[in-house]
Write a protein that binds this ligand. Structure first.
Ligand code: PRT
Length: 298
């Protein structure tokens, strides 16, 4: 019995997916053709696949888990609605959002076009690599458009006269800017997530998955968290605690040779910014240290 996880073979999500699983303590031996990683220390293997193929492999029972962007899952879930006989969507269960691969699927058009609302696009041609999600968006808006599917380089479609407008993934916005396009509406926000098919796992695999999820939660929580150490006036402990993001009960320790100051140690479960440190200093804290947290287990 081995648990199989599909991750992207090469692309924006591959390194971060591997890094996350490594941080969960999983070690792998990579096969010669590089498509398979054998789990050395736990019975958890990786299949390295094209991003778009991962939902199909999950529903087909080839893998037990998969890491893909929510954009890919949404597009795949709508496949039967727009390309099949069935009206039911494909459905996968999202187990965890993983905090990387952030982007948005947006409607964009030439800068010289004045965009007022989606209705003005009635009858126009839209180029996209996400035809199902695009059709669903315009259907919900009650606007009829002609959707042209392109595998890549969607942003050049209006310039080439292939389409009037586009629906594409945006992260920094620089690709749109370079192609003289404006982002008009966000159709979908996306980030990488861990999915499983809706069918239940056998008890052995489920136990392994529970163990993996516990480690994953620890890594995700530790990523955000910081260990803060500082010195504070004894009578300001509550005010200082209130300024520490995500802290309820800090550890308070005596300071050698000082009656009025103590050491305060706490795990901040939310991001700690410079602004927080400045406020702590104003409230009387000194010797403030912020350290990364490597692992956490609640
Ligand atoms: O090759 P494979 O079939 O595995 O997949 P792929 O070619 O779709 O993979 P890849 O690596 O391009 O994207 C993998 C996933 O990363 C996507 O499905 C998203 O979930 C996520 N992601 C995050 C992005 C972006 N950000 C992104 N910016 N995917 C693509 N882009 C592209 C976008 O299509 C556009 O061309 O980047 C350009 C825009 O970026 P900005 O920064 O200029 O706005």
């Amino acid at each position: 019995m081995r648990l199989k996880i599909a991750i992207q073979k090469s692309g924006r999500l591959s390194d971060k997916s591997l890094d996350l699983l490594n941080k969960c303590g999983l070690e792998y031996t990579r096969s010669k053709n590089s498509l398979f990683c054998y789990g050395r220390n736990l019975p958890i293997d990786l299949l390295l696949m094209r991003n778009d193929d991962i939902p199909k492999l999950l529903l087909g029972g080839v893998c037990d888990l998969g890491i893909v962007g929510e954009n890919i899952e949404t597009e795949y879930s709508l496949e039967p609605v727009y390309n099949g006989e069935e009206a039911e969507r494909h459905s996968l269960s999202k187990l965890r959002s993983l905090g990387f691969g952030q982007c948005r699927l947006s409607l964009a058009g030439p800068k010289e076009t004045e965009f007022r609302n989606v209705e003005q696009l009635e009858g126009s041609r839209i180029a996209t690599s996400y035809p199902n999600t695009t059709r669903e968006f315009f259907k919900r808006q009650g606007v009829g458009v002609k959707v042209t599917e392109l595998a890549g380089s969607v942003e050049i479609a209006p310039g080439l006269g292939i389409a009037d407008y586009i629906v594409d993934l945006v992260s920094t916005g620089s690709t749109l800017e370079a192609n003289k396009l404006d982002e008009w509406a966000v159709i979908l926000e996306s980030r990488a997530a861990l999915y499983q098919p809706n069918s239940p796992l056998n008890s052995e695999k489920q136990a392994l998955l529970d163990r993996l999820l516990q480690r994953l939660d620890g890594v995700l929580q530790a990523r955000e968290s910081k260990y803060v150490m500082l010195h504070a006036p004894k009578d300001h402990i509550q005010a200082i605690t209130d300024l520490l993001p995500g802290v309820d009960t800090p550890t308070v320790l005596p300071l050698q040779g000082s009656d009025d100051r103590v050491a305060v140690h706490a795990v901040c479960t939310e991001s700690v910014f410079w602004e927080h440190l400045e406020s702590l200093k104003e409230a009387g804290a000194s010797s403030i240290l912020v350290l990364p947290v490597e692992k956490m287990l609640a």
